[in-house]
Ligand binder design. Structure first.
Ligand code: NAP
Length: 220
């Protein structure tokens, strides 16, 4: 499929998340969803201001956006959106889905992909039922996640509208990368090399007292 055809496609997955930082599991999940639903495009949507997070605890939206760009640049089917980053105020998912639908026009079909832990909280989000009407919700869970919790928490009617998939590379998480980087330990093979270089160059997640990163982490 040619690049301009991909860009024009109105069937797409929207990878919603904080991406602090983006890592290989996010990329593999995106590719899995793309293949599973035969979608030409995956749009990574870093939250500008995550609605349920303390702003000070999260890396700046611009830095998270740049890392997402670096991680996805070699895949013609992946794009990164500035929609939530450029929109002032908390990044409500319903606003994002409606903005995308209005931009894409008639026939737009969206798959909103995010972590199952986040989906469990959807009743606390703005207009949860409208979200379930606007997009197919894809909840990505790690092993050990009790799937019955979706039914129990959201009710059978809402849960039936949610597609559940198991995470690839489930032992990689953004929290793990932040913690390793904070201790000055290796984050090699957890996220693409350009993201590792960016994290080191900008000293993201570092505590002041830790020693400089090991030599193996730096590019020659
Ligand atoms: P989070 O707490 O950062 O993530 C929850 C869990 O899901 C983590 O284990 C996380 O792993 C995983 N995860 C996050 N995004 C993922 C993705 N795209 N694919 C697979 N796993 C993913 O959740 P969050 O990032 O704040 O929120 C998730 C999405 O829900 C965002 O798009 C956010 O804007 C939206 N949201 C909307 C509202 C609202 O509209 N009111 C409220 C809350 C959240 P990693 O840490 O490894 O990524």
């Amino acid at each position: 499929m040619a690049t301009d055809e991909i860009a024009r496609s109105r069937r797409l997955a929207v990878m919603g998340g904080t991406f602090d930082p983006i890592h290989f599991a996010h990329l593999l999940i995106a590719e899995d969803v793309r293949r599973r639903f035969r979608l030409p495009r995956v749009l990574f949507m870093p939250s500008g201001q995550p609605p349920h997070k303390d702003e000070r605890a999260v890396t700046s939206a611009e830095e998270r956006y740049i890392m997402a760009l670096l991680a996805t640049s070699d895949n013609p089917h992946f794009e990164v959106s500035r929609l939530e980053i450029d929109r002032p105020g908390p990044s409500y998912t319903i606003d994002t889905l409606r903005a995308l639908k209005s931009e894409l026009g008639e026939g737009a079909q969206l798959y909103f992909v995010t972590g199952a832990d986040a989906v469990l909280e959807i009743l606390t989000w703005r207009q949860p039922d409208a979200i379930l009407d606007e997009a197919t919700l894809v909840a990505v869970h790690r092993p050990g996640f009790d799937l019955a919790r979706l039914d129990e928490t959201l009710g059978a009617r809402r849960a039936s509208k949610i597609t559940v998939i198991e995470a690839a590379l489930a032992n990689i998480s953004s929290t793990m990368i932040r913690e390793l980087a904070a201790r000055g330990e290796s984050i090699r093979y957890l996220t693409p090399r350009p993201v590792i270089d960016y994290i080191h160059k900008h000293r993201l997640y570092r505590r002041d007292e830790v020693a400089p990163e090991p030599l193996e982490e730096t590019t020659a």
